[in-house]
Write a protein that binds this ligand. Sequence first.
Ligand code: GLU
Length: 307
Amino acid sequence: MQLEDVLKDVLVDVADHIGEGKVANYIPALAKIDPRKFGMAVVTVDGDIHVTGDAEEAFSIQSISKVFTLTLALGRVGEGLWKRVGREPSGTPFNSIVQLEQEQGIPRNPFINAGAIVVADTLLSGHQPRETLGEILSFMRYLTDDDTIIIDAEVARSEQQTGFRNAALANYMHAFSNIHNPVEKTLGVYFHQCALSMNCVQLAKAGLFLANRGLLTRGGRSVVSWERARRINALMLTCGHYDASGDFAFRVGLPGKSGVGGGILAIAPGKAAIAVWSPGLNANGNSATGTKALESLARRTGWSIFG
Ligand code: GLU
């Protein structure tokens, strides 16, 4: 199987769907992105890179950042993190507040907004927001060996000005003592991590350790243990697409994490990390054409964690 050819076929499969879906407009800076963009990158565990479309154009990775902050937070506080955030799919939209009251301020999982805000709070403790953001940015640059990655200050500001729901979630959890730092500082970290600007190649490179038993490259340095990589993949599969996580597992069969910027990072363990970008979102806030492209790629490669 030539991945180069597979990517060409994927592009043909999705060509009629490029531009479908609705670009996220609740963050004003994202509303102006061209919905007809489409890019995909596959980075194999051997380090080969295959691309198609706008794979080298940077976009706002938004919630895909939650995979990397979770990795950092597990490194920082270990299993203790699970006292403050659960590991169950929520079955609710990404910014839902309903479960937080019944579950006393403990978010269902680290990939819904409430959970990611708690994760950001753990990274902030003992630091200033600037230091925590520096740590996150350094981690992304280390994983990709690429110092050009930046946080888009305009996107962060845009979300800061309109992120009332996230402010509500953070304040609500503070009332349950599950946010330990000043709410504005924790939210500042969260909004800026979401504003990381990366292209598909960079994103697939950053996720490769999850396909590679926790190693940066085959036989290379360890980012996390094999067990931890497996567990992060498990959370991506069960919780990575909010209330459409089951549908994504059914259609694609790989762990994945989406973001409202239209990106998705998917992991084919032992094979490759895949990043796709198409800004139009479906009703669940996940990239419409990006999901179709991953479905096509998984079918054509036979990659699946289900056999
Ligand atoms: N920054 C976005 C928010 O908090 C992230 C949501 C997403 O990408 O799914 O609303």
